[in-house]
Design a protein around this ligand. Structure first.
Ligand code: CO
Length: 211
């Protein structure tokens, strides 16, 4: 059997199993989506949001890109963010990076990945530069990449807080809380590394005063 056909036959088996266990399962999900969480994660196939958090379809609204970046001109991400915050009214947003991230490692090299990837990875290089002194002092390259992964997650959470979408929801509804997590590919454990409660202070130049 061709590999993609196995996906389709496994899907049928899965749907039948779900119906056997709960005949109302799909009816219920088709009519209601009320996730409490927005997950912004890496596209890496080893970091599936639902599986590593033990959650079911319907529980997490998901956006993924290379190295879980929050870029203020990314219409795709901003659409997901606005829909999740304004319409789904999520209570928590999680930016989840992972140790061993190929995007982070690539950004640490001086290799030319050609324009589109260079442009994307540039955002990670900018994080590196913010913390260059701390990072350059870590001699072990794997440990340095791990630390950059944590700092990258922190910076992406800060980027979320700079949007009017988040600031308006904080002002009017005291939500969502923002979380920066890093997942360990080697042990399957998620490490919280940064957090911003709704209403946390924001650098003044990024703060909107007429929301
Ligand atoms: Co990755």
């Amino acid at each position: 059997m061709q590999s993609y056909k196995k996906l389709l036959s496994d899907n049928k088996a899965w749907a039948e199993k779900m119906l056997r266990e709960d005949p109302e399962y799909f009816d219920r999900l088709a009519h209601l989506q009320t996730p409490e969480f927005l997950w912004i994660g890496c596209s890496d196939s080893r970091v599936p949001a639902n599986q590593i958090t033990g959650t079911q379809p319907g529980e997490i609204f998901v956006h993924r890109n290379v190295a879980n970046l929050v870029i203020h001109t990314d219409v795709n991400l901003l659409s997901v963010l606005e829909f999740a915050v304004v319409h789904l009214k999520v209570k928590h947003i999680i930016v989840c990076g992972h140790y061993g991230c190929g995007g982070i490692k690539a950004a640490m090299t001086n290799h030319d990945y050609k324009q589109v990837l260079n442009m994307w990875l540039r955002n990670i290089k900018d994080v590196y530069q913010l913390y260059q002194e701390e990072l350059d002092a870590i001699e072990d390259l794997e440990k340095r990449a791990d630390r950059l992964t944590e700092l990258n997650v922190k910076e992406q959470v800060l980027h979320l807080a700079k949007t009017s979408i988040i600031q308006r929801a904080w002002k009017n509804e005291k939500r969502p809380n923002l979380h920066g997590w890093v997942y360990g590919l080697k042990d399957g454990i998620i490490h919280p590394v940064f957090e911003m409660q709704a209403g946390s202070p924001i650098d003044s130049i990024y703060s909107f005063d007429d929301l």
